[in-house]
Design a protein around this ligand. Sequence first.
Ligand SMILES: Nc1ncnc2c1ncn2[C@@H]1O[C@H](COP(=O)(O)OP(=O)(O)OP(=O)(O)O)[C@@H](O)[C@H]1O
Ligand SMILES: [Mg+2]
Length: 199
Amino acid sequence: MSPLRQSLRKARRALTPQQQLAHARAATTHLLRSPWLQRPLHLAVFLSTDGELDTRPLIEALWQRGGHTLYLPVLEHSLPHAMLFAPYTPQTRLTPNRYGIPEPAEGPRVPGCRLDAALVPLVGFDATGNRLGMGGGFYDRAFSCRLRRGENGIRQKWGRPRLIGWAHALQQVERLPAQPWDVPLDAVVTERGILTFRH
Ligand SMILES: Nc1ncnc2c1ncn2[C@@H]1O[C@H](COP(=O)(O)OP(=O)(O)OP(=O)(O)O)[C@@H](O)[C@H]1O
Ligand SMILES: [Mg+2]
């Protein structure tokens, strides 16, 4: 693993349970107030591990509010490093995948590009919306539709799905090199607020 990935993962794991809880609550408040969540969405979330900013308070609040359809990532075994999304409700039965992360045991599997928006886990991000993930290329593949350009060669301005990074503020770094396959983020939510990016 790259030294940058390693040090960022170590830093987020070093947060205390109290800091983790405070960050998750603050980030949840920021996102719930954002204009993006004010209409019903098909929205992918994820279950946090490895010191990631906890998504639990957000998921509970969204279930309580109602209106949105939430999804969780599911590994697709027929293709290497492929990921689809399955609906997630309080009744969904979860089963650990090969990385030990719980995923819906049954239900329809939907390609990421059919969703309205996705909450995206990350190891690092920079001030222009470049994202460093865990290194599997899962999110880059699942949302590669966002890299397609219009007929004039210009990337569509209001691309869907909207990709919203979910991270601790300490995961921001000066500058990340972007590879051609890297899908940039539209925004990042941290405990400090929401950063939005133009591409
Ligand atoms: N759309 C794609 N098609 C084919 N291969 C891809 C695609 N996107 C990424 N990859 C491959 O995935 C590998 C890992 O990519 P990268 O290092 O950007 O992962 P990451 O963004 O950190 O991971 P993740 O998206 O899982 O969080 C790269 O070797 C890259 O070639
Ligand atoms: Mg990448």
